[in-house]
Write a protein that binds this ligand. Sequence first.
Ligand code: PGA
Length: 252
Amino acid sequence: MTRKKIVAGNWKMNLDYQSGIKLAKKVRAAASSASDKLVIMAPPAIHLKSVADLLSDSKYLYCAAQNCHSEDSGAYTGELSVPMLKSIKVDYVILGHSERRAYFAESSEMLKAKVDQVLAHGLKPIFCCGESLAIRQSGMQNDYVANQIAQSLFHLSAKEFGKVVIAYEPIWAIGTGETASPEQAQNMHASLRKLIASKYSKAVAENCSILYGGSVKPQNASALFSQPDVDGGLVGGASLKAEDFCKIADAM
Ligand code: PGA
């Protein structure tokens, strides 16, 4: 099994420029350097170039954007294109975060186009999926998340799919302080890995990093990350404090 362990920090729309750079510098200074683990920071757009520069000499620290447009350029006021991200050496792009799906009406179809665009330019998508509380209570969560993955990712070749990182983020656990139990996370991750194996192959499934996101904290990170199919985390709130974020990265 060669899949990478990854902890990614999603800063969302937080921190002014100065505070963001301070945080990135602290994480860079504190993060451990095991080469089979990756630590990714996803700051807002204004920090991206500086954070990418700061991490450019590291083999295990990477920079991610929180979104991108599906076109190379054009009259799309307020948007960022993948060639722009590539030109400042951003490596990953978070796509399909539940906040983008809910507040910016991103559909599976739009996400499919964004996934293609990210891959076409040689960057890697961190593709988010996850169910609402109502879906969890109805017991349909595995089918729902499988559909999200199939609709936006299963047109990819096995080689392309191999570049995608998946982040399972149950919406009811995001920013709520309520975390999926290690068993709930493991159950979903194992079912996604099985789905990927049946679509592509066992080898592709075994190589795919599947992260858990939703109120990951220093206190619960080890229990979640010790599950066999949980390959790390996508961390929101706790990624804004260097100490907490590094503790979570160390829990991998
Ligand atoms: P949270 O956010 O860790 O604050 O719950 C996770 C995410 O939205 O990626």
